[in-house]
Design a protein. Structure first.
Length: 218
């Protein structure tokens, strides 16, 4: 059985976040962003690495501001009581005619371009519609030390697996993290996008698992 590791990083560095006093900072490139590493590991131990950027979208950043102060912003959909707890995938990250050349996510993205379901039988998944579950729970969440910042615990590592029975027959080329008010199985929503990544299409088959490792730097 083949297993693929997808590693995602969201970095909040000097170029994307800043504070100022007495002046307005106008930097169109100031945004949280990161990098995705995709490892394809087959039965012979061979590996293939592809790197792509990912993006924390405006909706996710608006929710984060509301969450920090536990105060509802009536102008946005996400509530401060929500938290990042679901994972989704889709086939709309790369054009059908050019599957190896994905289209970059944008700040204005609020959902996957072409979402797909995982399976129809696992009640630990969420958002059941059209006979399928469309949101996957996380395998684990861990806090790690950041060696570049005095080994402070500034790194959040999220892992999610697309199992052998999930999403088979699809060319997966996008993934996203979503906020919600609950991580209970069969939860119906609402869901709000926090971050999205696109990558060259990966054909999902019953012989393959996809393991996503998503790093968020605070």
């Amino acid at each position: 059985m083949e297993k693929i590791l997808v590693k995602v990083e969201d970095r909040y560095g000097d170029e994307c976040l800043s504070d100022s006093v007495g002046k307005r900072v106008n930097n169109p490139n100031r945004r949280p962003q990161g990098f995705v590493e995709i490892y394809s590991i087959d039965k012979d131990g061979n590996k293939k690495l592809i790197g792509k950027s990912n993006l924390v979208v405006y909706l996710g950043r608006e929710w984060l501001a509301s969450r920090m102060f536990n105060t509802t912003n009536a102008s946005i959909t996400p509530l401060p009581t929500e938290y990042i707890c679901w994972f989704g995938i889709g086939t709309g990250g790369a054009p059908a005619g050019d599957p190896l050349n994905p289209t970059s996510p944008t700040n204005l993205d609020t959902d996957l371009d072409t979402e797909i379901g995982f399976n129809s039988t696992d009640p630990t998944y969420a958002e059941f519609k059209s006979g399928m579950y469309y949101k996957c729970p996380f395998d684990s969440i861990a806090f790690e030390q950041d060696s570049d910042n005095a080994n402070s615990y500034l790194v959040c590592r999220v892992m999610a697996t697309i199992g052998v029975e999930d999403a088979n027959g699809n060319n997966i080329s996008e993934a996203a993290l979503f906020t919600a008010a609950s991580n209970a199985g069969a939860y119906a929503g609402p869901f709000n996008m926090f971050a999205r990544v696109t990558f060259p299409s990966i054909v999902k088959t019953i012989d393959r698992q996809l393991l996503f490792v998503w790093y968020i730097y605070t």
